[in-house]
Design a protein around this ligand. Structure first.
Ligand code: GAP
Length: 549
């Protein structure tokens, strides 16, 4: 079974996210919309800080004059902001129109829909009756779930479950069906009788929309982008022609993507509307393997530098049979989210070596791999299945006088998944002494100061004796440099507790001593250390602490 503490820990994180205004279910007052999430006052600041840190570290703060550690050479970075709805041909040439689908399966009895590849099952028998019991549960929960389902199906009491005879281990349903398990013997995950699952069907994950007032013709069909990457590829020539970038260089984009996921789940982890932070990095083919390694390691370090626990992160190189048809190499950065069974990890970011697949697709048309080569896919009439733009997207190096189609390395991160990982990792429960020195349990979000929605809280000890005036003055001076809050409501202990739950790294208390010697108490969220700091040095001190790694 899933470690019970981990699921209950996840429940507590979700509850804090709601209670403190990090994340809400979309359209909640109407019952919510599955797979869609809204960010509340603290959440919007946290997610913005994640995106800003990414943009600063990858683009705005990048030093193109230096060769960074591990990089083959110096390189340039620039950015784009493309539309969500693009020309439909973009998705035909990229392969999304034909290939971006999952297999789904419906249950005629329960009316529930499943992702075919998420179901697994095994044979159970009791007194001559046999059924292939399936479950949607994963990890350590799957086995016990099939036992519970078989018990119910055979109408057994708890003490009789040992009478069930099991054959074989749990195996994915698609493999079992291919191996000969008859659909009539399959007990769906929520069904009472076997044989209620439909044939698996392809389901394209792109949301469709229609353009213009005359919507209705098949030709009006357009799609919400399922990734931000394609906007970068189709603007490659525009960027080359209008800026002075030279290969190697990267184009970055942050923005919304949409996927009509069959079974959105695990809070914001698998949503239908989410944000991506993607880089398409263009390099010479001969250098591409070295650049792939550079980006893989660079992106791994980024999560560590922002405080994710190393032991909960995993860098996983894909096996050759897992690679997309265009990919020469892919690695995933994965995090051990608390909703997963022990030993399981969920993807935060993929770093893919995409070769020249994307630029060539938008020049020539949809490509397929044949005998190890990427070739134009043609129909029975010999014509391209999906025609490319015909525009020249090659690069001319005016120093070496060479022309080539650059290869692409793509670090593709999810802003929501990153935010969720930072939230989960930051969540801590510990004990701190209260004002009377008695231990009090607290929930504290140990967010990296760069990510914390509020950097500092300014708290007058009491609402009199000039303390609020001094506190407001400090608040106004500090607010020019960082997000901070003024709070005079409740006991100072309660105010600390509120800020701990919000992840505020520093609290500044204005007390009697402040009036006498113009010093304030600076409390550190994580160590609980308190130091006296001259009030006029607070701004410089906190700015320095925020800037330090
Ligand atoms: N351009 C490549 C690409 O889109 P991907 O692995 O499909 O690759 C990249 O997506 C990242 O986008 C994932 O690692 C994940 O962080 C995020 N992502 C993908 N689907 C998502 C979903 N349904 N909900 C939330 N984030 C998602």
């Amino acid at each position: 079974m899933t470690h019970p503490n981990d699921q209950s820990r996840m429940d507590r994180i979700v509850s804090l996210a709601k209670r403190r205004g990090f994340i809400f279910q979309s359209s909640e007052i109407y019952g919510g919309l599955n797979g869609f999430w809204d960010y509340g006052p603290l959440g919007v600041a946290l997610k913005r800080n994640v995106k800003d840190a990414w943009w600063h570290d990858m683009v705005g703060g990048h030093d193109e004059l230096a060769t960074l550690p591990g990089a083959p050479t110096a390189y340039e970075m620039t950015g784009l902001d493309c539309t969500i709805v693009m020309h439909p041909q973009v998705w035909k040439c990229s392969g999304h129109f034909d290939l971006f689908h999952d297999w789904m399966i419906d249950c005629r009895e329960s009316k529930r829909r499943y992702r075919y590849d998420h179901l697994q099952g095994r044979w159970a028998a009791h007194r001559g009756k046999r059924v292939f019991v399936t479950t949607e549960a994963s990890g350590d929960e799957a086995g016990p779930d099939t036992v519970a389902r078989a018990q119910k199906f055979f109408g057994l009491r708890a003490r009789q479950v040992d009478e069930i005879e099991w054959t074989g281990d749990l195996e994915p349903l698609p493999a079992a069906i291919t191996a000969g398990v008859a659909a009539a013997d399959v007990l769906g995950p929520d069904a009472a009788a076997p044989g209620t699952l439909t044939e698996p069907r392809e389901f394209n994950l792109m949301f469709e929309t229609r353009i213009g007032a005359l919507a209705g013709d098949a030709d009006d069909r357009a799609f919400l982008r399922p990734e931000t990457a394609q906007g970068i590829f189709v603007n490659f020539k525009n960027v080359l022609d209008t800026s002075r970038v030279r290969v190697p260089f990267g184009i970055a984009q942050v923005g919304k993507s949409f996927r009509n996921e069959i079974t959105p789940r695990n809070f914001t982890f698998r949503s239908r509307e989410f944000e991506q932070m993607e880089i398409e990095f263009f390099c010479r083919p001969a250098d591409s393997a070295a650049w792939y390694r550079y980006w893989r390691d660079r992106r791994w370090r980024w999560y560590l530098d922002l405080g994710l626990t190393e032991g909960k992160l995993q860098l996983r190189e894909h096996h050759a049979d897992e690679l997309s048809h265009y990919s020469v190499g892919t690695a995933d950065i994965e995090y051990a989210f608390p909703f997963l069974a022990p030993g399981e990890f969920g993807e935060l970011e993929g770093i893919a070596h995409r070769g020249d697949f994307d630029l060539r697709s938008h020049m020539e048309g949809k490509l397929v791999r044949k005998d190890g080569e990427l070739v134009l896919e043609t129909g029975a009439d010999g014509k391209p299945r999906h025609k490319g733009s015909g525009k020249d997207l090659s690069y001319f190096d005016d120093i070496t006088r060479e022309r080539f189609v650059p290869h692409v390395i793509e670090p593709s991160a999810g802003a929501d998944r990153g935010t969720l990982a930072f939230l989960c990792d930051a969540y801590h429960e510990d004990e701190v002494p209260d004002e009377d020195g008695k231990p009090r349990s607290r929930t504290v979000m140990k967010l990296h100061p760069r990510l914390a929605p509020v950097k500092a809280a300014i708290l007058p000890l009491v609402k009199k004796d000039g303390m609020p005036e001094m506190a407001i003055d400090l608040y106004r001076r500090l607010k020019r440099h960082m997000a901070c809050q003024y709070d005079e409501k409740g006991s100072v202990g309660r105010r600390y507790a509120r800020q701990d739950e919000a992840g505020t790294p520093w609290c500044l208390t204005i007390d009697g001593e402040t009036l006498a010697d113009r010093t304030v108490t600076l409390r550190d969220r994580d160590t609980l250390a308190q130091e006296r700091v001259p009030v006029d040095e607070v701004v410089t001190l906190l700015r320095d602490r925020l800037a330090s790694p």
